[in-house]
Design a protein around this ligand. Sequence first.
Ligand code: HEM
Length: 514
Amino acid sequence: SFSSSLGLLLLLFCLTLYLFNVSWLKHQRLRWKLQRQGIRGPQPSLLYGNVPEMQRIQSAATQAANHGEFVAHDYVSTVFPYFERWRKEYGQIYTYSTGNKQHLYVNNPELVKEMNQCITFDLGKPSYVTKRLAPLLGNGILRSNGHVWAQQRKIVAPEFFMDKVKGMVGVMLESAQPLTKKWEASIEAQGGKVAEIRVEDDLRGVSADVISRACFGSSYKKGKHIFTKLRTLQETISVQSALFGLPTLGFLATRKQDVKDLEKEIEALIWDAIKEREHECLGAASSEKDLLQMILDGAMNDHCMGKDSSKHFIVDNCKNIYIAGHESTAVAASWCLMLLAVHPEWQARIREEMTQVCKNGILDADSLPKMKSVTMVIQEALRLYPPAAFVSREALEETQIGHINVPKGVCIWTLIPTLHRDHDIWGQDANEFKPERFSNGVSNACKVPQAYAPFGLGPRLCLGRNFAMVQLKVVIALIISKFTFTLSPNYKHSPAYRMIVEPGHGVNILISKI
Ligand code: HEM
């Protein structure tokens, strides 16, 4: 009838109006607020904002990719080419849209400094990115915001203070031994002189082993099993489109079920390890507390936490530490080895320094702080190839950062590699591998020390940075003390973004024994 068609039309009209308001007006209002402050940016399309343009720029860049001299190659130009394009067009601060979200790109060193000092709960992790990582991270330290985050940080942070990390050098050396043994065996198997090695799986094995031991101490075999499951879970969750903020296409129902099953299985395994622990340590005051014990104690001592939330607290944080620390450190080590393979003079320098500072050639917690060259090389590798590409925040409330008033709901992105190659900050040789720039520390290597941010910015600075630096030093120094290496002709330079920026086709090196 006429009246029901009219009703339907009216409904459709309201729905369209609602969608228009949600998808366009809301974002247009945010855009106006930013534009009024002089912030420009590309014109968004109605439904998907600038996503179609991002995809167009990305595919053009992929086709044109010519990595040429790869040390000089800035991965932003191939991995995030739209950010490069817009930076050139609109400057160090601009705004763009992904349809469902309005974003603010901030790469001005002065504002980065401000963000570093911005201690407020009003800036949090962007929920639209972290939402899809929920099965992996629960509500642990990486994903949570506000008081929940602060409480977890307070409990977990002391485990990674420098004095604690120093005590883990032995464990790190032990975890790295199988790698050197395996590589020696490869040399034997390939004729006794030179072997071609693909490094990343072996490096990943070392970092997983180190974290298992640090987290789970005596029950570390159980820990390794848990981490294998976590890795499967990580692989099952597709995060490729997280940056664009589009629904993850192809995320089939069966995979959703896989994710749920894995989540349950992991939770049960962690809980099992805890029960075993409680049984073993009943009454015994353990002096050597591993991370699991710290988290357990933290949960027990918090009287506001119910049994159920303390269980989640424990399970989530075990998962978070593994996810945060395992891949990033292994990938950083891969980039270090790639750069060292191209610069044998730095291998020689590190080797020479080791003969001077390691008594009887033994690497330990005392000799490590004296090894300046290896520290400089790692710092330079983290400058040129930072595994974490950006710091991202969402304004959970309206927030003032320097002279910018960031409206509620806007996501802020700071590109770490772009800061790391800024000529104004680092000088004209910013694209070159020159570890000597760090010979007098970070503050003397560049004009704005806050612009060196491989471990992030502000109050959410990486909690494991000491742990990662010491582990990288141990692994790189140990490899260099046993092998010389060059880049294999099979190495294909192809930085790829998979949550972190890693060598897309791995790192192949040719190794010989010293
Ligand atoms: C070279 C290796 C590593 C790199 C490049 C790295 C980098 C980062 C970055 C960029 C952040 C984000 C900071 C921010 O949003 O401002 C972060 C956070 C974090 N990292 Fe690392 N990380 C590394 C190793 C580790 C290790 C080994 C652990 C632990 C074992 C760890 C634990 C964490 C945790 C728990 C957070 C979250 C801190 C918070 O939100 O309060 N990281 N890391």
